[in-house]
Design a protein around this ligand. Sequence first.
Ligand SMILES: [Zn+2]
Length: 310
Amino acid sequence: MAMVNGVLGPLDSADLGFTLMHEHILVANWAMRQAFATWIDRDAQIAHAVAEARAAKERGVRTLVDLTPINLGRDIHVIREVAEKADIQVIAATGFYWTEEPWLSGWEPDRLVEFLVRDITHGIQGTNVRAGIIKAATDRPGVTELNRKLLRVAARLHRATGVPISTHTDVHTHTGLAQQEVFGEEGVDLRRVVIGHCGDTEDVDHLEEILRRGSFIGLDRFGLDFMLPMEKRVSVTAELCRRGWVEQLVLSHDACCHIDWLPVETRRQLAPRWHFRHIPDEVIPALRAEGVSEAQIRTMTVDNPRRVFE
Ligand SMILES: [Zn+2]
């Protein structure tokens, strides 16, 4: 058991319950929000997120991990309001999304850590809401000079606070292994890291390379069928269970109640099942049908999330 920074106060890791390990309440560009008052409809987005979170809760989900980092528009006021109104446990993140933003280039990792550590030790955006997880991200461009710096920031934040790291990767270019290398150089215990977005591939041998180094992997994009259909994601999950990796697998959707990367109607057409209800309603029954046991489902949805935070 361990204390975990929750959005509404400290949580006991033993009380996390069924946890969706990689979700987003709101992804919205801060610069566009500042420039255009109508870029998002804040009240409508909150109401929608509350409805989604309540629907998840009705299906047994007790905790949502919101992995929105600083530069994807993390808005702790919105996150907190949704957690309060939906009466659900939420864990918020600090850290950076992959980027080549010019302002970052002149900063040493330790100087950035001095800022970000306050998100974990004091609170985010002037509130007393503390971050419970550290986000790091590497995509197709790989570990560039700037991206290496951001991975080092995540590693040093983890070493300073003990808060776990959870990542975004591009599994097809094997950026998860590259992240593990940088974290390893920084002295991170790779068992405290979730390498994310590993469910986007059917290359189980590659996933075993990541798993052998001790990290958890996120099978965390259920609902993004256009990237890999649910049936294939379920088969990969079942195969990993058969190969004995169940204790290092966590499940989620990477679903955004609102994301400003594309118009809402386009997103709904593209990914109609991309929401917090898909795993309880469709994925878990499909896993059972593939021979995954109740105990294994509990391990992936309850026990492993708890262990990530302990
Ligand atoms: Zn995400």
